[in-house]
Design a protein around this ligand. Structure first.
Ligand SMILES: Nc1ncnc2c1ncn2[C@@H]1O[C@H](COP(=O)(O)OP(=O)(O)OP(=O)(O)O)[C@@H](O)[C@H]1O
Length: 246
């Protein structure tokens, strides 16, 4: 969390997830401040996606607590956490293929954000503009190219009016130019004060957005701080076993 900030927008304490004897998340403490952007890196199987799933409520924690704007949401279902401010976008976009782009975003605003009637429509149009999708608002989601599908995934999460947005490898599969466009959209969200937690293997893309980097390995946080310092940390380099991280 940034120095001097107040209550974190989202925080986890002692977050643990076990599958039988396998501990995939091992007593992780995590916090993101309002408007902060945090990147999460780490080798495959480190527990990064599990951390986001536990924070968003889609995977129940074995132990630990999650707070959202200071309130304990550890027992709240994912849709409740969503309405209270946690948005999530996935690596593989999950739109309703037969629906238009606008309809997909309206579903997010109405069911995820609890915005009814005119307010939902206003929010949907605003989000489509922000994500560069207004020109394809009436196209069916299944007819979109990859970058537009990624933008739609982001737009659906944003339509719920999140205070914090959890992004899971949304840059995957994009060309450098497409990834740069996506970064511009995410920077625009930051300007609106949405906190961002972003797992991304494409580190140079991540570094354009985040103020802080967390590295996980074997279910634990092994480094947390200024991004370049984290990438230069010997423990981080060792965790990647010599794989390039920047
Ligand atoms: N439902 C499950 N049952 C058993 N093991 C699981 C389950 N879900 C995840 N795991 C295991 O938990 C570990 C952490 O997985 P997770 O997806 O959180 O890692 P990750 O850091 O996001 O990896 P990647 O970068 O490959 O996406 C992995 O070893 C994975 O196989």
């Amino acid at each position: 969390m940034s120095e001097g900030s107040g209550t974190p927008v989202l925080a986890g304490t002692g977050l643990t997830k076990r599958y039988g004897d396998l501990t995939v998340l091992d007593s992780v403490d995590f916090a993101v401040a309002e408007g902060e952007a945090v990147g999460i890196v780490g080798p495959n199987g480190a527990g990064k996606t599990t951390l986001l799933s536990v924070l968003s409520g889609s995977t129940p924690a074995t132990a630990g607590h999650t707070t959202l704007l200071g309130a304990d949401v550890s027992r709240a279902r994912p849709e409740v956490r969503c309405r209270r401010g946690i948005g999530r976008a996935f690596q593989v976009p999950r739109p309703f293929g037969g629906m238009t782009v606008l309809e997909n975003v309206l579903v997010g605003a109405t069911f995820g954000g609890g915005l009814r009637g005119g307010r939902g429509e206003e929010r949907a149009i605003d989000v489509l503009e922000l994500c560069g999708l207004i020109g394809v608002a009436n196209r069916r989601a299944e007819d979109l190219g990859l970058l537009s599908r990624k933008r739609l995934e982001l737009a659906r999460a944003l339509a719920t009016e999140p205070r914090v947005l959890l992004l899971d490898e949304i840059g995957g599969g994009l060309t450098d130019a497409e990834a740069a466009e996506l970064v511009d959209t995410i920077l625009a969200l930051r300007e609106r004060g949405v906190a961002i937690v972003w797992i991304e293997h494409i580190v140079h893309v991540l570094l354009r957005v985040v103020d802080r980097l967390i590295c996980m390995a074997a279910g634990k946080v092994i480094a947390d701080g200024e991004p370049r310092a984290v990438l230069a940390d010997p423990a981080v380099i060792e965790a990647y076993l010599g794989r390039a991280v920047a």
